[in-house]
Design a protein around this ligand. Sequence first.
Ligand code: MG
Ligand code: MG
Length: 251
Amino acid sequence: MIRRKTQREIEMIFRAGQIVAKVLRHLQDIITPGISTLDLDQEAESLIRKLGGKPSFKGYNGFPKSICVSINEEVIHGIPKRSVKIREGDIVSIDVGVEYNGYHADSAVTVAVGRISPEAEKLLKVGREALDIGISYAKPGNHLSDISHAIESYVLANNMSVVKSFVGHGIGRKLHEEPQIPNFGPPGQGPILEPGFALAIEPMVNLGTEEVLILEDGWTVITKDRKLSCHFEHTIIVQDGEPLITTRLKD
Ligand code: MG
Ligand code: MG
């Protein structure tokens, strides 16, 4: 049973989402070769707190830091470290979750650091567009899996793969709520979307195989073939007309 959020809850998720968006924008402004992933984490945590939020990920199932930073063949859940420095030519996935007044929002973006290869450029384009296409199916009356199918079809048409072992999710009072939102599968299945559903849609797109491994730290997910991966995520609210993208900066 997926609960429709009230107007007040939607407002709280939106405010959490705007904090997430500001943090992601700030991290994109400061990311540069030589900065450590721990520097990014500390910048993020202090800005989240300054804006009145709490980092959703810190302590979540024991996750030790405030954000996830995943570089190149790392897909998701990279743990920020002092010893890991960003290099020219990297693609860096940054995932930020914020709790504000008891409600969460969650968003991720993969950014290019300096000049990257043409195939990396194409990967980022496909990942970004796969998210946009998925979001465009988040409308009342559609089935949940219409989102999943649209994402997978677009990625496969571009000769890339979607990760299947990790999925998007409902969001609200908890970071992860019902329903799970796979980035693959046939259309026309699962619950019918209703206004007030809050969904974190998050395709993870790989240049090579869809298969992934988890490193010995118990968190970092990497591609099995060590080819590049990207991750794009927004927290959206289903409503009449276009969905409300809470994690897109409204200025
Ligand atoms: Mg996320
Ligand atoms: Mg998420």
